[in-house]
Design a binder for this molecule. Structure first.
Ligand SMILES: Cc1cc2nc3c(=O)[nH]c(=O)nc-3n(C[C@H](O)[C@H](O)[C@H](O)COP(=O)(O)OP(=O)(O)OC[C@H]3O[C@@H](n4cnc5c(N)ncnc54)[C@H](O)[C@@H]3O)c2cc1C
Length: 327
């Protein structure tokens, strides 16, 4: 083994709620975890101002503050938190190999993947502007819908998730306008029927977003265009929700791990964090296309650390039994 190769008992990839929670549990189990933060230290929550639904913060907390607290808690138990991007893995052998920034090679007994998933956006300049300002663009109805109680909002999307989010918003908002690019939903019939039958949801088919309108600080409306007639109209709203899917950050694992069609890592044993490779575990949004919340990410981070600890304990026990046969 060359000097440049480091050996690690538990490597955690990602610094969102899943990664830091896994680190807290792994560190307290004396697994001496090393955690790589990636290019977004703190994960997705660092892009939001208000988190009101994470238990333990009765007055709410900003996303960046909450993630600093989680990092501090992980470091308190001596998690080795590092900057760096995992560029390559090799899970073909007993020892799991991982490369940081294409240079540093690490050999790991266990790996916990907590790389999250990124929401897809339309890519319009105006959309990105108000997203960055925290001024009324969101990709998460469950997270942000509450801030738009009794307001009028627009949601873009045509799949099952979009229908589910539109329905969720309809219970909070005065009116939800749903923009569907084609002349039909991609969603299942039952989900499409549910939104069609909801009184305060209006569906505009063949309709795309031309521009998100605002006053420079917050969203005040959206200009939409009918892609059949080219007719444009402005809809006054305060919230612009995008529900056109997520991309799990799992490309580097695709040669070794079972992924679904979208790229989410598949749990080899449902109800655990196990993947199809022994010693490699997954937590958070990288394997969750259903809930995608900080609390569920944290919960599965805990599961991954416990599964990793039990995997190592079982391995040590096997080693002790097999060596004792020779004594
Ligand atoms: C704008 C917004 C607001 C939200 N508001 C709420 C809310 O109010 N309440 C709530 O419960 N949820 C909210 N969510 C959802 C919540 O943020 C996610 O469910 C949660 O962050 C998922 O946690 P995670 O640890 O799985 O992944 P993430 O938080 O996405 O973290 C992924 C981490 O992996 C790292 N990473 C990725 N690839 C690599 C790599 N190759 N090498 C090294 N590191 C890598 C990234 O740098 C990042 O640190 C919101 C999401 C968004 C986008």
């Amino acid at each position: 083994m060359s000097d440049t190769i480091e050996k690690v008992k538990c490597l955690i990839i990602g610094s969102g709620p899943a990664g830091y929670t896994a680190a807290i549990y792994a560190a307290r189990a004396n697994m001496k975890p090393v955690l790589y933060q990636g290019t977004q230290p703190g994960g997705q929550l660092t892009t939001t101002n208000e988190v009101e639904n994470f238990p333990g913060y009765p007055d709410g907390i900003t996303g960046p503050e909450m993630m600093m607290e989680l990092q501090k808690q992980a470091e308190r138990f001596e998690t080795d938190v590092r900057n760096g991007w995992i560029t390559k893995v090799d899970f073909s052998g007993d020892v799991h190999k991982v490369w940081v920034n294409d240079v540093k090679e690490i050999h790991c007994d266990t790996v916990i993947i907590s790389t999250g998933a990124s929401a897809k956006y339309l890519g319009l300049e105006s959309e990105q502007k108000y997203l960055k300002l925290g001024g009324g663009v969101s990709a998460c109805a469950v997270c942000d819908g509450f801030f738009y109680r009794n307001h009028e909002v627009v949601i873009v999307g045509a799949g099952d998730s979009a229908c589910e989010e539109a329905h969720y918003l309809s219970k909070l908002c005065k009116k939800v306008t749903m923009l569907v690019r084609r002349d039909e939903f991609r969603a299942s019939k039952i989900m499409a029927a549910r939104v069609a039958n909801t009184e305060n949801i209006e569906i505009l088919f063949n309709t795309e977003t031309d521009e998100v309108l605002g006053d420079g600080q917050v969203v005040t409306g959206v200009r939409v265009v009918n892609n059949k007639t080219n007719e444009k109209q402005e809809i006054p709203i305060t919230g612009f929700f995008v529900a056109i899917g997520h991309k799990p950050n799992t490309d580097i694992f695709k040669d070794y791990l079972d992924l679904d069609d979208t790229g989410y890592i598949i749990n080899a044993v449902p109800g655990t964090s196990k993947t199809n490779v022994d010693g490699v575990f997954v937590s958070g949004d990288a394997a969750d296309h259903v809930y995608r919340q900080a609390i569920t990410a944290a919960g599965t981070g805990c599961m991954a650390a416990l599964d990793a600890e039990r995997y190592l304990a079982a391995k040590d026990a096997t080693f002790e039994v097999s060596t004792s046969n020779y004594n």
